[in-house]
Design a binder for this molecule. Structure first.
Ligand SMILES: *Cc1c(COP(=O)(O)O)cnc(C)c1O
Length: 465
């Protein structure tokens, strides 16, 4: 008998199931302990503690990057228990990975922070795959229901607009109903009927910085027996946590401010336990994110690399202080731009001129403080001679010196984007009108540079007009 096999012979299926139960209880203890901490502490430590460090990682104080495709099993019963989901195991990195696990546990706790909700998370290879993983399970065939439709804010990210209108709408024949004014509750209500499978909104929307009343839309969805799914990438859990206001599922393009260093594309799907839905199994509704991870995510394969998981986790630790600084700077920059003679309009939830300012005040608050903060993203429209022109806008945009021209946001470095010619170019004139993207619009995602230097660059850019 080899050294490796000696201890394994008595370890039958029952042994591994019992071991699994201990592992589950141990994880639950860690969760209870971590849940008592404040936001910054959870973001910094998550579930990784000394015991885990000694057991898994030679005592390292930072979480390990498991660069391995697969897990080895002690014996056949260990494998059997793991593969039948009778004990926690990670098996194969498309399905799970211990590094990704630490990111998922932290994200689940941060999105449910300040509530007694139980929540779970599955990390994906991109924000787009998180959106797909979050929405597709609600579109399953059910002959007892009328033809499928979905009700979504029209003020959504360009990729989301394409995923819904082309992939779900044109290719799969699903009726996609756009809500053009997401602050109008009557419009949401008028679009929902017995065929609606979910309601979807972005808070705030990229790039038009629109918001909606999360609590009211969640209530409306639940009266109709369907879930509310919210993409809160541009707020992040440091400002707005939709689960606390009744949302069932949250998606994050953690690519943005959560992984602000800009090294990684990463998505997160976080769901409360016991979501509302007309379709799907009891298991799916009980713990949607874990169910999604066990089944469709496993089969579709949009897994995140372990390296990306740990790089994201490293940035999440400083999310709250970063959001605070970025928000302060974004407000200063917004006020500067609003007062500038070459500027037509500025959209930023922290400006009193913002159409839904009262709603923004209600929903956008720096966690663990009583300060209102409004995030890193603003949209400025440059004065043009005609509505369909972008001559001055291009002069300003091309004149930027320090600020990067890129289709990116949430970075530690300030980035500016002309959306009509880039991110929202594919959806055409009608799609842009729906999403309120004008040719003279420039989205500015404020970074952590000193505000004086950001403003100086914008000012010299505006002088080029
Ligand atoms: C960028 C973005 C996405 C897509 O995320 P990726 O990580 O690029 O796939 C989705 N929603 C919003 C609001 C975004 O800004």
């Amino acid at each position: 008998m080899s050294l490796n096999q000696q201890s394994s012979t008595k370890k039958d299926l029952n042994y591994w199931i019992k071991t699994g139960q201990k592992m589950v209880a141990d994880r639950q203890r860690r969760i209870e302990r971590t849940k008592k901490w404040k936001f910054d502490t959870i973001a910094t430590h998550g579930l990784y503690d000394l015991t885990q460090a000694l057991q898994l990682n030679s005592g390292s104080i930072m979480e390990p990057v498991y660069m391995s495709t697969a897990q080895a099993y002690e014996n056949s019963y260990h494998m059997e228990a793991g593969l039948s989901y009778q004990m926690p195991n990670w098996c194969y990195s498309r399905i799970a990975n211990p590094s990704t696990y630490f990111l998922e546990e932290t994200a689940a706790l941060l999105e449910a922070y300040g509530t007694d909700l139980a929540s779970s998370c599955v990390a994906t290879a991109s924000g787009m795959s998180a959106i797909r993983t979050a929405t597709e399970p609600f579109l399953i065939k059910d002959d007892s229901l009328p033809p499928i439709n979905i009700v979504t804010s029209a003020k959504v990210y360009g990729g989301t607009f394409q995923q819904f209108s082309v992939r779900r709408g044109q290719e799969q024949g699903i009726d996609v109903r756009w809500v053009t004014n997401p602050t109008n509750m009557d419009e949401w209500a008028s679009k929902i009927d017995a065929g609606t499978r979910f309601v979807y909104g972005e808070f705030p929307s990229n790039p038009s910085v629109d918001i909606f009343d999360i609590k009211a839309v969640a209530e409306l969805a639940h009266i109709n027996g369907i879930p509310l799914i919210v993409d809160s990438t541009c707020a992040s859990p440091a400002l707005t946590r939709p689960l606390a206001f009744g949302a069932d599922v949250v998606v994050q393009s953690a690519t943005k401010v959560m992984a602000a260093s800009g090294t990684t594309i990463v998505g997160l799907l976080i769901a409360r336990h016991n979501i509302i839905s007309k379709v799907g199994s009891d298991e799916m509704k009980a713990d949607f994110a874990t169910w999604a991870k066990f089944w469709p995510f496993r089969d579709n394969g949009p897994g995140l690399h372990a390296m990306g998981a740990i790089m994201t986790l490293n940035d999440i630790r400083t999310l709250r202080p970063r959001i605070a600084q970025m928000s302060r700077t974004a407000l200063t920059v917004s006020k500067f731009l609003e007062a500038h003679p070459k500027v037509d309009r500025v959209f930023y939830p922290g400006l009193t001129s913002y159409p839904a300012y009262d709603l923004a005040k209600k929903y956008m608050r720096l966690v663990d403080s009583d300060e209102n903060h409004y995030g890193y993203m603003l949209m400025v429209e440059i004065k043009e001679a005609r509505d369909d022109e972008n001559t001055n806008t291009r002069k300003f945009y091309d004149g930027l010196d320090m600020i990067w021209r890129a289709t990116d946001l949430g970075r530690v470095k300030t980035v500016a984007c002309m959306n009509a010619i880039s991110t929202h170019q594919q959806q055409g004139e009608d799609g842009r009108t729906l999403a309120s993207i004008r040719p003279n619009a420039v989205r500015i995602a404020v970074g952590v540079e000193h505000p004086d230097d950001i403003i100086a660059d914008l000012e010299q850019g505006l002088l080029k007009i």
